[in-house]
Design a protein around this ligand. Structure first.
Ligand code: SF4
Length: 234
């Protein structure tokens, strides 16, 4: 939420722990466009053979660091829509959606109720291509009265390795679940042992907040589900 200079000593130590594991490092926030030394951060991640960098931005990155969009080795995911209305789209940046491209630049669109209302009245064909990711909306918005829960087995698999476990740079700890960061995800020290356990599905457990979770759970590959179950956390 504010300009941040990433502590490069802390970053390098953390990346060294991740180095043996094939990992996508997703820079998200807040807003990574606010990181003052973002180029230094990305340059360092790119020195690791096993690590791929993804930047998730509200479009500020397009304005401040446009070179990111021209490097196909960097995945760039833009989530610039605040919401759809019946006749308009509320955006954070003054940009149109990203066109179809081979630069690994992606639109991220949440399928809110208003998304469907807008689509019924207006054309959105220019977003219907391989570089648009449509995501189910979830319970985090106060406007969405979602009560649907994924089956418990799916939540248990998610809990063993949520889609986005977080390395929190402010408190320099691992947070179990990005969806629970605001309301208190369980936290762990950043050590080599914990990172190894996390990446082999042995660190995280089914927490109290997973019992009541109403997030939409992304499907996993059969192979990953088997790995998670074999690791014994489900
Ligand atoms: S709270 Fe929900 S999204 Fe988070 S780890 Fe638990 S089941 Fe997964």
């Amino acid at each position: 939420m504010r300009n941040l200079t990433v502590d490069m000593v802390f970053l390098k130590q953390t990346l060294d722990y991740f180095a043996p594991h094939k990992t996508r490092i997703n820079l998200l926030g807040g807003e990574p466009g606010l990181i003052i030394n973002l180029k230094e951060v990305i340059d360092l991640i790119q020195t690791y053979e096993n690590l791929i960098v993804n930047v998730l931005s509200n479009s500020l990155v397009r304005r401040r660091y446009p070179w990111i969009l021209t490097d196909p080795t960097i995945f760039y995911t833009e989530h610039l829509v605040l919401d759809f209305h019946e006749d308009s789209i509320e955006k954070l940046g003054n940009y149109d959606f990203l066109p179809k491209n081979d630069f690994n630049n992606y639109n991220l669109i949440i399928k809110t109720p208003n998304y469907f209302k807008y689509r019924r009245k207006h054309k959105l064909n220019h977003t219907d291509h391989k570089n648009t990711i449509l995501k189910d909306y979830n319970s985090r918005s106060p406007d969405y009265a979602v009560v649907h829960q994924a089956p418990e087995l799916q939540r248990r698999i998610c809990a063993a390795f949520p889609l986005v476990p977080v390395i929190d740079f402010e408190i320099q700890m691992i947070r179990h679940c990005s969806k629970k960061v605001i309301n208190g995800s369980r936290k762990f020290e950043i050590t080599k042992e914990n990172i190894d356990d996390m990446m082999t599905y042995k660190l995280f457990e089914f927490e109290q907040y997973c019992n009541t979770c109403t997030e939409s759970i992304s499907p996993r590959s059969d192979e990953q589900v088997l790995d998670i179950m074999e690791a014994g956390n489900v």
